[in-house]
Write a protein that binds this ligand. Structure first.
Ligand code: SAH
Ligand code: ZN
Length: 672
């Protein structure tokens, strides 16, 4: 069956009807899934295996049969571990049909057909009884339903139901318990993802400071968790104001409650400063004694231990509703509120005695200023990047004249405000403050002379930035919008940026390659069926696609020089013919060519450029520094070329890159 899906093309802005194979969604889900990453997580896997063996032994020692319930079996891995450990029978529940099918195949291939029953249902639909999905309740409960925030994937309601309906009282649970840890910090860098800092504009008539309005200053923001690879955050970018504290824990072997609740700890600041952020992570104990512990603790907590890299579990950054000065030694109370699926925090100076529970368990924060809905965390960071703002100010100063009529095309941009402070007389802003700036609620192609009060635009500006952009070149929408408004522009219009260029570099990833690399066997179980399935989904579309990743979180080293591959001239309208290039890039360092990274650079004016990708290659080893506010495009090569010495390296990679103006898509092909 084929279905038609309507969507706005992120690059051209055109509404298009795509004929999608019915399987498209699930291929996307598999291709972008974290199953491979989980299978590569050696630390997780070995500890689950140890925990499962110990639980099976405990049950057997009591003289009972070991009946296992594995909720969310995925590839069937944990059930196979249990069966190998001597479990008498396993019920493996998986709600996602393609995965349940894969689990059946993998279980058969590994010879566990008689021991493991795969049930393609949500656990809350599973029945128990002589005619049910399960013959009887289980006495061992095994799951891996956790996300970075621990409870975001619904672990609590799932456990709550399982204890009520699917397992025996006093069952063994693997993991046995989870504990959430917190640390209070001050960090200008992370706080800049949540608040707009004052912008300093040096105009001809003195310095002006743009400050955010009070409703934005006082806004508690949005409740969605910010999950990042904290291990990539240098210690110089934050100050710990407290020690690491245990915030709350959940015992999975006892009935679990998912209803909203709160937990409170007393913290004694180890340093005076501004409390802005709660950093948080968790660990799981696989057994009751706590001897088998799998932890997400970041590098500064256990500096000596060896780290397991993983992307399926990272770290949480929570923004306090407002920054709060704290004094060393002067105790404060940190409250974690949670509902069934998410957590949020507040900080209080002293315990308010009469406080009743209803007051404490505040509703989750709601953005009142709109900015937190318009700008996501990286976007806040980008707008607070003073270096970047300075580049835009400098270039605006070179193009603005007292009688300029300006039009800005970008989402949630500060450019009109900057231009206004720099003296632009009249400013129009399509699509999205004061009387000097007029906001036009119209798509660029629907702009009429009336919107512009019959004036012609002499300066067209954009960052460009659009909230619909996922890949770097989606911001070429600016070019399409510029083309759509061409009739409203003066013949000598100035366009800022005047051009964009696409850059490319071959890299070796420290860890990110794992998410695309086949697993083969995992803890002795053959999971090649899963590898094939992922590969199949990746190749579902004829041409492979690049995927967006924020590379500041995923270290890599450059194996080639960066290369400019395509240029898009915004002074002209979008051409009808394709832009394409074929070439070769020399490999300069030994290493594994995992893929190519692509990013855009904007030529603002004269010799002013801003990069959304590579900032610099910081040393002779080739370590790269990336723009921390943008995602770059990563194209993974299907085969990795490995080489120890330069001499047996292929000395070059050939590439062909094509931009099709009709679809706005960039297709690429690489040969090693
Ligand atoms: N157990 C596997 C896979 C873990 S991923 C492993 O450890 O490698 C979690 C899986 O649980 C996903 O495949 C998801 O589809 C499934 N899942 C989550 N909640 C579920 C529920 N309540 N019932 C059934 N499946 C669930
Ligand atoms: Zn807000």
């Amino acid at each position: 069956m084929k279905t038609f899906c309507g969507r706005a093309n992120p690059t051209t802005g055109a509404m298009e009807w795509l004929e999608e194979d019915e399987d498209y969604d699930y291929h996307q889900e598999i291709a972008r899934s974290r199953y491979a990453d989980m299978l590569h997580d050696k630390d997780r896997n070995t500890k689950y295996y140890q925990g499962i063996r110990a639980a099976v032994s405990r049950v057997k020692e009591r003289g009972e049969k070991a009946i296992v319930l594995d909720i969310g079996t995925g590839t069937g891995l944990l059930s196979m571990m249990a069966a190998s450990a001597g479990a008498d029978f396993c019920y493996a529940i998986e709600v996602f049909k393609p995965m349940a099918n894969a689990a059946v195949k993998i279980v058969e291939k590994n010879g566990f057909r008689d021991k493991i029953k795969v049930i393609n249902k949500h656990s809350t639909e599973v029945t128990v009884g002589p005619d049910g999905d399960m013959q009887c309740r289980a006495n061992i409960l095994v799951t891996e339903l956790f996300d970075t925030e621990l409870i975001g994937e619904g672990a609590l309601p799932t456990y709550e139901h399982a204890h009520k309906c699917l397992v025996q009282e006093g069952c063994e649970a693997v993991p046995h318990r989870a504990t959430v840890y917190v640390q209070l910090v001050e960090s200008r860098r992370m706080w800049s993802w949540n608040k707009l800092f004052p912008v300093h504009v040096k105009a001809e008539d003195g310095e002006k400071i743009i400050v955010s309005p009070p409703e934005m200053e006082n806004c508690p923001g949005v409740p969605s968790v910010c999950d990042i690879q904290l291990n990539q955050m240098p210690s110089s970018d934050f100050t710990a104001l407290s020690d690491v504290e245990m915030m709350f824990s959940v015992d999975f072997s006892k009935p679990v409650r998912s209803a909203s609740t709160y937990y409170r700890v007393q913290l004694e600041p180890v340093k005076s400063g501004k409390a802005q952020i709660v950093l948080s992570w968790w660990d799981i104990d696989m057994d009751p004694s706590g001897m088998i512990n799998c932890t997400m603790a970041p590098y500064w907590v256990k500096p000596t231990s060896v780290f397991q890299w993983r992307d399926h579990w990272m770290h949480c950054v929570y923004f306090l509703p407002r920054e709060e000065p704290v004094l060393q030694g002067e105790k404060v109370y940190l409250t974690a509120c949670r509902d069934a699926y998410s957590v949020w925090y507040k900080l209080q100076k002293a315990r308010e005695e009469e406080e009743n529970e209803a007051d404490v368990c505040v509703d989750s924060p709601v953005c009142r200023c709109q900015a937190h809905l318009l700008w996501n965390r990286p976007r806040f960071g980008e707008l607070n990047d003073q270096n970047r703002t300075h580049q835009y100010i400098k270039s605006l100063m070179t193009v603005l004249k007292p009688d300029s009529i300006c039009l800005c095309i970008s989402d949630g941009s500060l450019l009109p405000v900057l231009a206004h402070y720099l003296g632009a007389k009249q400013f129009f802003k399509a699509n999205h403050l004061e009387d000097k700036i007029k906001i036009i609620e119209a798509r660029p192609e629907l702009l009429t002379p009336c919107h512009l009060e019959d004036k012609k635009i002499s300066v067209l500006v954009g960052e460009p930035f659009f909230t619909t952009s996922l890949l770097p070149w989606h911001n070429l929408y600016f070019w399409y919008a510029r083309t759509a408004v061409a009739s409203h522009l003066t013949s000598d219009v100035t366009v800022l940026p005047q051009a964009a260029s696409l850059h490319m570099m071959i890299v070796e990833f420290q860890d990110l390659w794992r998410i695309r690399s086949p697993c083969g066997t995992c803890e002795g179980f053959d999971v090649r069926t899963m590898d094939e399935m992922i590969n199949n989904s990746l190749n579902f579309r004829e041409s492979k696609e690049a995927e967006p990743h924020p590379l500041w979180e995923y270290p890599c080293k450059s194996l080639s020089d960066p290369q400019k591959v395509l240029t898009f001239d915004f002074r002209k309208t979008v051409p009808h013919q394709c832009l394409s290039i074929e070439g070769t890039v020399n490999l300069l360092r030994k290493g594994k060519s995992h893929g190519a990274v692509l990013w855009m650079e904007y030529h603002l004016a004269a010799d002013i450029f801003v990069s959304t990708g590579l900032m610099q290659v910081s040393n002779e080893k080739g370590n790269c520094e990336w723009n921390p506010h943008c995602k770059q495009a990563v194209y993974f090569f299907s085969s990795v070329i490995e080489s120890e010495t330069l001499s047996d390296l292929p000395s070059a990679v050939t590439y062909a890159i094509n931009f099709d103006p009709k679809t706005g898509e960039i297709a690429m092909d690489f040969k090693l």
